[in-house]
Design a binder for this molecule. Structure first.
Ligand SMILES: *[C@@H]1O[C@H](CO)[C@@H](O)[C@H](O)[C@H]1NC(C)=O
Ligand SMILES: *[C@@H]1O[C@H](CO)[C@@H](O)[C@H](O)[C@H]1NC(C)=O
Ligand SMILES: *[C@@H]1O[C@H](CO)[C@@H](O)[C@H](O)[C@H]1NC(C)=O
Ligand SMILES: *[C@@H]1O[C@H](CO)[C@@H](O)[C@H](O)[C@H]1NC(C)=O
Length: 470
């Protein structure tokens, strides 16, 4: 059936749908433009919202209501598109475009969301824009309704309802008579986006929207609900290359679905020409599988790295399984695999096909957001490695939760390998204090200046041993 859809001559988009789309799109955009034009455009874009100065812009509720309205209209439109029986390619492309607009609208809504909350209740700061509002009451109800019905999609209602076992009333191996599928409480904040995610035709091909799913996860709606649709596959996927070769072999372009990435082929991920336009920023050369990282010739006096052998020699034969929590394409896991150590590589697809590349190398991609507890049991892993991840951006409180979760999954005497953590010189002590607080023994420890333009940062690399605790 799926093959057919490629061969069939494309049908036109049904007239009714087109009319609805045009109406929704143009009326909504018109409304948005008209009403935001009451606000000076330069303020709208450039004012620093963080400050409490007098020229701080406060958006009237009305804008928010309009955007919510557009979001729900797009939701309805997408629902109609996805339940359309036609298999035409044009329709699929069309749906994807509508989805993209909907996603940008969500982004807009999200980036504006901070600036509604401080509207004074007495309405002093509300501009005349609000006079046009006739839906304010309605939407306020929706805002307050977190205690009542939050989500609208029927499929989500179905998903979260208890699922009784087949012989009703009998307990399953979990000791439960019903399974209770859950979604994170953060999903309630993202109700319209999640409703959109759950709008699809059951047992049909899913919308091409993994980026929407990832956005939900990163924004705190995690775990996501399961869906009853088929994920698209790369059309010309053949078979993986054998393990002894795959570790250092670049995947074929046809094995990856590029539709949601800025880069449309592998060359773009590694070439210098595209470096500012690839859609990802961390680990600029990590898709270059000819670079073995950790393994290159290093000047011991200036390098902040430890070699794989240095690490493994700390506990010969004892390091067997572990986790790499780094936004990279799996090179640490590949080097460890060559030493017969099994490493899961935790990363999301932040603008590039990280998970696909890790998998194509024959390594295990663990797709998990930073907001989540690790899916490992207590005291089980021999090593946790992290690079390019914590760095100087992380706040102390988040760092504490992350570190203590790593601590939880590490086995007694397991290794925490903090690889080239960097931050501003003046912040290093603060971070080091946090690393010290978990009471690990320092097996390897190195603080080095970070040699780049600014020269005001330091690297910390450390291998720390988890204590046995009473
Ligand atoms: C939701 O579940 C009900 C009852 O199980 C079922 O009748 C209905 O068809 C389901 N709806 C969808 C959209 O699958
Ligand atoms: C991989 O393994 C196969 C069979 O085990 C062998 O024929 C081949 O030479 C190996 N390739 C490499 C690059 O080691
Ligand atoms: C890319 O740039 C780096 C340094 O900027 C250089 O070392 C490297 O050779 C360049 N690679 C290519 C393929 O041009
Ligand atoms: C990994 O395991 C294989 C098979 O047991 C063995 O031949 C090889 O020497 C091991 N490599 C290392 C680095 O221990």
């Amino acid at each position: 059936m799926r093959k057919q859809s490629i061969l069939r001559p494309p049908k036109c988009i049904p007239g009714g749908l087109r009319t609805i789309l045009c109406f929704v799109l143009f009326s909504s955009l018109f409304v948005l433009i008209v009403y935001t034009s009451h606000i000076s455009y330069s303020d709208f874009v450039f004012t620093s919202f963080g400050t409490e100065s007098n020229d701080r812009i406060v958006f009237p509720r009305y804008i928010k209501n309009q955007i919510s309205y557009m979001q729900s209209q797009f939701g309805i439109l997408l629902e109609q598109l996805h339940t359309e029986r036609s298999e035409s390619k044009i329709l699929v492309k069309f749906s994807d475009q509508v989805l993209q607009i909907a996603v940008s609208l969500d982004r807009l809504a999200e980036s504006l969301s901070r600036h509604y909350s401080n509207v004074p209740a007495d309405g002093k700061d509300i501009t005349k824009v609000d006079e046009y509002s006739s839906t304010t009451e309605e939407d306020e109800v929706e805002e307050e309704s977190l205690h009542g019905k939050v989500f609208n999609s029927a499929e989500l209602q179905n998903y979260t309802s208890p699922k009784p076992n087949k012989p009703r009333g009998k307990k399953n191996f979990l000791g439960l008579e019903s399974v209770y599928p859950s979604i994170g409480q953060g999903c309630a904040r993202l109700a319209s986006t999640l409703d959109r995610f759950m709008t699809y035709k059951a047992y049909d091909i899913c919308p091409d929207d993994w980026d929407l799913a990832q956005k939900l996860m990163i924004s705190g709606c995690d775990p996501l609900p399961r869906r009853r649709c088929f994920t698209r596959t790369p059309l010309r996927y053949d078979k993986p290359c054998p393990l002894n070769a795959s570790l250092w072999t670049q995947p074929r372009d046809v094995d990856i679905s590029w539709s949601r990435y800025k880069c449309k082929n592998y060359r773009c991920l590694v070439s210098n020409g595209t470096i500012n336009n690839r859609g990802f920023y961390k680990c600029s050369d990590c898709f270059d599988l000819t670079k073995r990282g950790w393994d290159g010739q290093r000047d011991k006096d200036i390098s902040a790295e430890f070699s794989i052998d240095e690490i493994l020699m700390l506990k010969p034969g004892e390091i067997r399984i572990g986790l790499d929590f780094s936004p990279t394409a799996g090179t640490f896991a590949a080097l460890m695999k060559e030493k017969n150590v099994t490493i899961a590589s935790a990363t999301m697809n932040l603008g590039a096909p990280f998970s696909e590349v890790i998998a194509s190398r024959g390594l295990l991609p663990l797709y998990i957001s930073i907001g989540s507890r690790l899916p490992f049991f207590d005291n089980t892993l021999d090593i946790v490695h992290s690079t390019l991840f914590l760095d100087g951006w992380i706040g102390i409180e988040l760092l504490q939760f992350v570190l203590l979760d790593w601590d939880r999954v590490l086995r007694p005497k397991g290794l925490l390998y903090v690889d080239r953590f960097f931050c501003k010189k003046e912040n290093m002590k603060m971070y080091v204090d946090e690393f010290d607080r978990i009471g690990y023994k320092r097996l390897l420890w190195k603080v080095m200046p970070k040699m780049d333009k600014l020269d005001d940062e330091l690297f910390l690399s450390a291998v720390l041993e988890k204590p046995v605790r009473g």
